[in-house]
Design a protein. Structure first.
Length: 218
């Protein structure tokens, strides 16, 4: 089993998460960023779930600190705040994915698996203005700074655009192709923003009033 660290101070939710997720993960539950820092210093962690609203040092602040120290462990943020700007702030802090409370454990497990999935390569590859995108590997190769790991959702979104590079996709089309039923169009905007932040702001072009298409990158 891969090792999962849950950083959650809710005395009811934390133990429930630990018990349910223990079927697929080796789980450690801690109540604060301070205790979590001790945990990751003591042992290897494959993936983390971090509550944004932690006491003391907030989850968002702690994630920024981890990324500044070049700790690249995949992180999924749990938040009760579901507005677009709240999600963007969490992703900009360095999180790899987010999930809004309340959530379904089936979806949480799927997102964790996507964050930790390993690939052997192969499959189609796309050249995007000097970036080499490999959906099978869930990676995009930067012309400047090496390989960038993508989540399953980011990969699916970019693959849809890369497969038809001259086509403009509406938000509704991308929502239906890539995201789970019940998500809103703001979710598409959030993941477009996140892909741009991980790669290049021109990787995906916004076509005003119509949607998105693959960018030319000059």
């Amino acid at each position: 089993m891969l090792r999962l660290l849950i950083v959650e101070d809710d005395p009811r939710l934390g133990p429930i998460m630990r018990d349910v997720l223990s079927a697929e993960w080796e789980v450690e539950l801690v109540p604060s960023a301070e205790v979590a820092a001790e945990a990751i210093a003591a042992r290897h962690v494959d993936v983390m779930i971090v509550d944004r609203g932690l006491p003391g040092v907030s989850g968002e602040t702690w994630i920024r600190e981890l990324r500044s120290r070049r700790i690249e462990t995949p992180i999924l943020v749990l938040t009760a705040l579901g507005e677009l700007h709240d999600k963007v702030e969490g992703l900009d802090a360095g999180a790899n994915d987010y999930l809004v409370k309340p959530f379904e454990f089936e979806e949480l497990n799927a997102r964790l698996r996507a964050l930790t999935r390993r690939y052997d390569g192969g499959g189609p590859r796309y050249d995007i203005g000097g970036w080499e995108f490999s959906p099978e590997d869930q990676r995009i190769q930067s012309p400047y700074a090496g390989s960038v790991l993508l989540t399953g959702t980011e990969t699916a979104l970019l693959a849809a655009l890369a497969a038809e590079p001259g086509r403009t996709f509406s938000r509704e089309e991308l929502l239906a192709r890539v995201f789970a039923q019940g998500e809103s169009e703001t979710t598409v905007e959030t993941y477009v923003h996140y892909l741009r932040r991980k790669t290049d702001k021109d990787l995906i072009e916004t076509v005003r009033g119509r949607g998105y298409r693959l960018g030319a990158l000059g």
